[in-house]
Design a protein around this ligand. Structure first.
Ligand code: NZQ
Length: 387
């Protein structure tokens, strides 16, 4: 196990009554709130009215930035920064999923400084003050509700990039599983895959003697494998929704990566598909992960055989560990298909015309991933395996 520091300051407020604490939590930070949300879903399912009622009741003043799209765009972030500065906002409240929360985080970065914030997504250091933000999560997926990261798309440059700093961790995250009852099947599936992918990015490591976090990863994956089919059959099954929602936060709050080297190559490769084709994040991962696994498993066949055995209950064949490893990869791909996710680029009508350029963009600042360092040629081969 490697040395590590672990701290996660996001207060998790979980359950059916979690909305009750909203104003109390915001009031710790000020009275002028910027409410950030996406399209119409929070108005249709009543969440918007509940939030506004709470803010009004406690005389909190609020402005809005709405219309955040999946794969959130820089132009709306800039609009939000302008509004936050002009209205002298104290606190940002994001109500939605990863796209909304990431937009809110990027606004929080820009509100207190004159820096071109895109420069930070391109590698520049960011050392400015960040506005505090809180979240009401409506889709378990990105884990942004307690992560240090924001992922934004610069449409003019055709780039989707992440930026992380501890200051971006939300002050609180309100998680009421009932808010997820209205999720379309597609979003439930894509979200669940993103959660699994967050575990994979940590599980597939060459760091040795990490039994505790291995077991936590495996347990979390098993809970997802059990509960995802349940919520697809019964969207209003509170207990199954609750398991998935909590799993989504735990998968990406930093705990599972403690003491081990993480990978993140697959996320970087998957972001190129979203940047080029504006595809839902979870579905870029259900396509890239099986291909990445097939490309890299020989680097550490034991780890892939352990994954097959402990997560998919495949008996280890000591005379042929490669076979055990591959069976685990096939089970993963089969599960993605069973729940209705695409596993090949062709499932989304994507062919090879842009793959070379996407591989170039993915690696233009150097190799990606740690399990194996992937260079342009490797990324291109992974795209080809995913065709
Ligand atoms: O816009 P509305 O109308 O609200 O509809 C949204 C949106 O269309 C809908 N939705 C959300 N909650 C709903 C609902 N519809 C009905 N009922 C509800 N309760 O779902 C759609 C997708 O929302 P989005 O926020 O895009 O989903 P997700 O949470 O999957 O976020 C994806 C984004 O997060 C980034 C991804 O790259 C992608 O841009 N990520 C952020 C990370 C982070 N900050 O740590 C890590 C992740 O790996 C990921 O990269």
């Amino acid at each position: 196990m490697l040395d590590f520091n672990f701290q996660n300051e996001t207060k998790i407020i979980f359950g059916k009554n979690s909305f009750d604490d909203l104003s109390k939590e915001i009031s710790k930070w000020g009275r002028k709130v910027l409410l950030v949300y996406g399209g119409n879903s929070i108005k249709k399912n009543g969440i918007y009215d509940k939030v506004v009622a709470q803010l009004d009741k406690n005389q909190l003043i609020f402005e809005e930035i709405s219309g955040v799209k999946p794969n959130p765009r820089l132009d709306l972030v800039l609009e939000g920064i302008d509004k936050a500065r002009k209205s002298d906002i104290d606190f940002i409240l994001a109500v939605g999923g990863g796209s909304v929360i990431d937009t809110a985080k990027a606004i929080a970065m820009g509100a207190k400084c004159n820096k071109d914030i895109w420069s930070c997504f391109s590698g520049e250091v960011f050392e400015n003050e960040v506005l505090p933000l809180g979240t009401i999560l409506t889709i378990p997926a990105a884990g942004s509700e307690s992560s240090t990261t924001t992922v934004i798309t610069n449409q003019d440059k055709g780039l989707k990039r992440a930026f992380s700093t501890e200051e971006l961790r939300p002050k609180f995250a309100i998680l009421n599983p009932e808010t997820t009852f209205t999720l379309p099947q597609k979003q439930t599936i894509a979200g669940a895959i993103d959660i699994m992918a967050h575990v994979f990015e940590r599980y597939f490591t060459n760091t040795e003697n990490v039994d505790l976090t291995d077991r936590l990863c495996e347990g979390l994956l098993k809970i997802l494998i059990k509960n995802i089919p349940i919520v697809l059959e019964e969207p209003e099954n509170y207990h199954a929704r609750a398991e998935i929602m909590w799993a989504g936060t735990l998968a990406h709050n930093g705990l599972l990566g403690t003491g081990r080297e993480e990978d993140w190559g697959s996320h970087m490769i998957a972001h190129e598909i979203s940047a080029q084709y504006d595809i839902t994040h979870g579905f870029t991962l259900s396509i890239i992960f099986p291909a990445w696994m097939k490309y890299v498993y020989k680097t550490n066949t034991n780890r892939f055989a352990q994954f097959a055995n402990r997560v998919w209950n495949i008996e280890i064949d000591l005379d042929n560990l490669d076979r055990t490893a591959m069976e685990g990869i096939f089970e993963t791909e089969k599960f993605f298909k069973q729940i209705g996710a695409p596993t090949r680029l062709r499932d989304l009508n994507i062919h090879d015309e842009h793959l070379e350029n996407m591989s170039h963009k993915c690696t233009m600042n150097g190799s990606v991933g740690n399990f194996i360092k992937l260079h342009q040629g490797d990324v291109n081969k992974i795209f080809k395996l995913a065709l």
